[in-house]
Write a protein that binds this ligand. Structure first.
Ligand code: NDP
Ligand SMILES: O=C(O)C1=N[C@H](C(=O)O)C[C@H](O)C1
Length: 238
């Protein structure tokens, strides 16, 4: 498979290593220093574009790839308020698109566990639920995309929580997400249910970026020659 890497930072490099190990060819690498090479003609040389840039560039980058008729795997976080717009854009162009706030198999298992735990906890009103995420200091967005996915899963079942906030809160309707930035943390997420009697905690700790990168390559392999909008649930068969 021919891959275009849109964003050639920490994740772009990690994805390249795994994609090449698996026999794929990187036909285009786009970073800030060669944005002039990000043309429809160049992108069209790829079967799939893998986009990991920043909250501010993701939407335009996805549209450019869709316009070139190339399938897009997107891992950039911090732009999700525009996801409906992008899904509409992809559908209108009969394109192929897969977004995940986290591509690692471990975190996708953790998402399932988080939903299951929230279902179990929904009638146990003595417990107070909070979220915490820890990432490296270069991270541009807070809370992390993964923490937002986890919070949305919790709120589906703990219906007293109406919205998440990214600060401590005494308001029972608000779900606290506390963000910490500590190097070199690749990504730690914790959900905690606390009561006067005891605490229940689930935690996922990434030790490096390999899980994110190999999941993104799996997603690209899945998307190859497909049309439509997909998620990691379909890639992993959950
Ligand atoms: N879904 C997932 O599993 C994961 C998602 N992420 C997300 O992926 C994104 C990238 O993470 P990471 O690789 O660690 O970040 P980096 O900052 O290391 O890399 C991003 C790269 O994209 C470049 N870039 C910025 N704007 C553009 C643009 N318009 N076109 C092309 N390249 C651009 C940056 O250049 P410059 O540095 O010069 O600005 C940088 O080299 C973040 O949003 C992060 O939250 C990260 C890990 C896993
Ligand atoms: O920026 C990162 O590094 C990461 N970002 C993603 C997020 O925002 O959830 C995924 C992972 O935690 C690493």
């Amino acid at each position: 498979m021919k891959i275009a890497l849109v964003g050639y930072g920490k994740m772009g490099h990690a994805i390249e290593e795994i994609a090449v190990e698996k026999g794929h060819e990187i036909v285009l690498r786009i970073g800030i220093e060669n944005l002039e090479a990000f043309t429809k003609e160049n992108i069209a040389k790829a079967d799939v574009a893998i986009e990991f840039t920043s909250p501010h560039s993701a939407v335009e980058n996805i549209k450019t790839c869709v316009d070139a008729g190339v399938a897009v795997v997107c891992g950039s976080t911090g732009w999700l308020q525009q996801l409906p717009e992008i899904e509409h854009y992809v559908s209108a162009a009969n394109g192929a698109f897969l977004y995940a706030s986290n591509f690692s198999v471990g975190v996708n298992l953790f998402f399932e566990l988080n939903s299951f735990l929230a279902q179990l906890m929904r009638k146990h009103h003595d417990y107070h639920v909070t979220l915490e995420e820890i990432h490296h200091t270069q991270k541009k967005d807070a809370p992390s995309g993964t923490a937002i996915t986890l919070a949305e899963q919790v709120m589906r079942y703990i219906t007293g929580k109406k919205q998440w906030v990214n600060h401590t809160s005494d308001n029972e309707a608000e779900l606290e997400i506390i963000s910490e930035r500590i190097d070199p943390a690749p990504g730690t997420h914790k959900i905690k249910y606390s009561s006067y009697i005891d605490d229940i905690e689930i935690i996922h700790t990434a030790h490096n970026r390999k899980g994110f990168a190999s999941g993104a390559v799996m997603a690209a392999e899945f998307l190859y020659n497909k049309k439509g909008i997909f998620s990691m649930k379909e890639v992993l068969g959950f």
